[in-house]
Design a protein around this ligand. Structure first.
Ligand code: AMO
Length: 450
């Protein structure tokens, strides 16, 4: 008999089907054993009745959560008062005729059967291969898939070619100290802090490119918004100006979020998430204007600060929602000194740069700029930062031989997932998060074992 997927059972009432999957819960009512079976398409209730199931009843008595089973059963329509409206297969149930155990599971370290998995974050992450199987945890990554999918679609619509870039590099991309050095066959190399240098070098090849790539940040602090390994979704465009870049940034941000929301409305409902407010016109503020608003509204004087604080971002999120009905707001013109060497200073006021951040629900999800595209100006910018042009020889080659006016941006996949789903910690939005305290296992628990 061919396998039927659980979601297709509703079209097979009164028929016999072969199902395969994992047992999610088991409830015993008198003689009857109720088992919830899960496969990649959904969940269904099964009933094991000693009068119908024969020898399989004995097998069912042994079954626990996460056992993998194969079942032959009859699809029965449930009586009206037993219909489960929260389940796609809630109108039917399976009367088990035969059950085979394909793989046993040890007793779980905690109960996974509830609607929510109420565990502390460290426990949730310590048991990741298991906790990811919980329907609500799993659904975070269904949404994440569609964020990446919508980004990819939008970037392709804009004429970008997808590229795959290295994550081992000869120089530190973004400057600063937060870079992981590696021993590369006795040479010094680095894990890339972003795909930045590679995507720029690809502009003279394809003119417009995009990539979804891993980036590594040796973040020296533990926050709820930072990971040491990030997934960045980057675009880079040739023949643009600053205003075109702002339009492109907002277009990609808007369509990526909208696309993900459209494709996962059932998941957002399950997670009780309100649809974000995504407007055609996104408010734009220069950094100094944004700081002025915060000063006027809240009396907090950050007007000379070179960047937004996390609280500033939250307050600007509230302002954008209240004044413009928008969960997105763009901030431009950060001080040149605060941005990476490749950022183009504003030709009218070089203290500020042609740079931007996109905030979503009060947190930065993307960042970018117009780039310096003149060869000697890039060399000078590298030197001005105390860096050595020799370390950027290959990068500089792209500028020596004809680089048009260009720029781009990068969205953090985990940040976007976190904000869209209102998660309190970015680690929840990474399958296997890396931070100062953990690479798979918590360092504290590993050293205890040693
Ligand atoms: P930036 O460093 O601002 O810019 O990174 C771009 C976006 O990536 C995400 N991100 C992070 N998410 C979690 N943890 C981190 N440690 C982390 N670091 C970055 C954020 C952020 O907005 N090359 C430039 C982009 C460009 O100019 O095109 C860059 O990497 O969502």
């Amino acid at each position: 008999m061919e396998r039927t997927l659980i979601r297709d059972t509703t079209a097979k009432i009164n028929k016999e089907v072969l199902l395969k999957g994992w047992i999610k819960t088991r409830r015993d009512h008198g003689n009857l054993i109720f088992l919830d079976l899960y496969d990649r398409s959904g969940l269904i209730q099964m009933v094991v009745n000693p009068k119908v199931s024969g020898d399989s009843y004995k097998i069912a008595q042994e079954i626990k959560t996460e056992f993998v089973v194969e079942v032959i059963g009859k699809v029965n329509k449930r009586p009206k008062n037993a219909v489960n409206k929260n389940l796609l297969t809630g109108e039917v149930e399976i009367e088990v005729l035969k059950i085979i155990i394909l793989s046993k599971a040890e007793t779980l370290p905690f109960d996974m059967g509830g609607e929510d998995l109420n565990l502390e974050l460290p426990t949730l992450l310590d048991h990741r291969p298991l906790t990811l199987r919980h329907l609500k945890i799993k659904s975070i990554f269904e949404v994440q898939e569609f964020i990446a999918d919508s980004f990819r679609k939008k970037a392709k619509d804009l004429g970008c070619t997808e590229i795959f870039v290295p994550t081992i590099s000869a120089s530190a991309t973004e400057g600063g100290a937060d870079v992981f050095g590696i021993d590369y066959y006795s040479h010094r190399a680095y894990l890339t802090q972003s795909p930045q240098l590679y995507k720029q070098m690809m502009v003279p090849v394809f003119e417009r490119v995009f990539t979804i790539a891993k980036a590594y940040r040796a973040e020296p602090s533990v926050t709820t918004r930072h990971l040491s390994e990030v997934t960045q979704m980057d675009c880079e465009f040739g023949f643009i100006d600053f205003n075109m870049l702002l339009d492109l940034l907002e277009d990609v941000g808007r369509e990526t979020i909208k696309g993900a929301v459209e494709k996962t409305s059932h998941v957002l409902k399950l997670l009780n998430i309100e649809k974000p407010k995504i407007k055609t016109k996104i408010p734009r503020l220069a950094l100094r204007e944004a700081q002025e608003i915060i000063y006027k509204k809240l009396g907090r004087d950050n007007r000379n600060e070179p960047d937004l604080s996390p609280q500033d971002e939250i307050d600007l999120g509230i302002w954008a929602e209240k004044e413009h009905g928008s969960d997105l707001v763009t901030i431009t013109h950060f001080p040149t000194k605060k941005r990476a060497f490749y950022t183009m200073p504003d030709p009218t006021k070089s203290e500020y740069s042609l740079s931007y951040d996109l905030l979503f629900k009060g947190s930065e999800i993307a960042s970018g700029s117009q780039r310096i595209n003149d060869y000697s100006a890039v060399v000078k910018a590298i030197k001005d930062r105390g860096l050595n042009p020799k370390d950027f020889e290959m990068y500089l080659m792209a500028f020596k031989y004809g680089m048009p006016q260009e720029g781009g941006f990068s969205f953090g996949l985990e940040r976007m997932t976190m904000k869209l789903l209102s998660l309190t910690n970015i680690r929840e939005a990474s399958l296997y998060p890396r931070d100062m305290e953990r690479v798979d296992e918590r360092f504290s628990s590993v050293s205890k074992k040693d």
